[in-house]
Write a protein that binds this ligand. Structure first.
Ligand code: IMP
Length: 193
């Protein structure tokens, strides 16, 4: 079976991606691979940071691996916070502060359109490939729900009335950017194996 190291320390991302991949492939986390490292995100695009994560772990291990980078892109803020999503309100990467900054910036605005964009970057057999997943929706005016992570309490995907933070993992997977990118990854791996 194909084995891939997933270049992240984010347990939410691990849970979400494993719930989509199931037992089709063997996913090893950084902790399971014995790698204790915070991979840098030095670039100004989601694509470049996703590639950096898979490159970084491939250079370290010479093993097949993938990384992912995700951003929340808000239409009226010209795509902010985008690549800065994790540290929008400062380097300490506090979800609550990031949410408050977004809500403050959108105070009084009618256009609440936003999307999550995930890029998965795979390195397999020494070659790099990218897979994109987009989920369109709206930023609501208050926080709702306790599940999920990041901006989930203020994001309602198109086609639903609940925020991601009010959904189970399976419900979030109906709409999620990460699930869509992961589906493309699975399709690609099934074609080459
Ligand atoms: P990164 O991909 O680890 O750089 O994460 C970027 C930031 O985007 C995270 O810290 C979260 O705040 C946010 N984020 C990423 N994925 C999601 C998601 O599925 N829901 C809500 N917020 C997310």
């Amino acid at each position: 079976m194909t084995t891939l190291i997933f270049a992240t320390n984010n347990q939410h991302k691990i849970d979400e991606i494993k719930s989509v991949i199931g037992n089709k492939f063997n996913i090893i986390t950084l902790v399971e691979a014995g790698i204790d490292i915070d991979i840098p995100e030095p670039y100004d695009t989601i694509e470049a940071n996703a590639n950096e994560k898979s490159n970084f772990i491939f250079n370290l291990t010479q093993k097949d691996c993938f990384g992912e980078d995700t951003g929340l892109e808000i239409e009226i803020l010209n795509g902010e916070p985008g690549v800065l999503s994790a540290r929008y309100a400062g380097e300490e990467k506090g979800h609550q502060k990031n949410i408050e900054k977004v809500l403050n910036k959108l105070q009084g605005t009618v256009n609440r359109n936003a999307q999550f964009k995930t890029i998965i970057s795979l390195v397999i057999n020494g070659k790099q490939y990218m897979f994109e997943g987009i989920c369109k929706g709206k930023i609501i005016e208050e926080q709702r729900g306790k599940d999920g992570f990041g901006y989930d309490p203020i994001f309602v995907p198109d086609g639903d009335t609940k925020t991601f933070a009010q959904m189970s993992l399976d419900e979030k997977n109906i709409y999620s950017h990460r699930r869509k990118a992961t589906d493309k990854l699975i399709g690609f791996l099934q074609n080459i194996s």
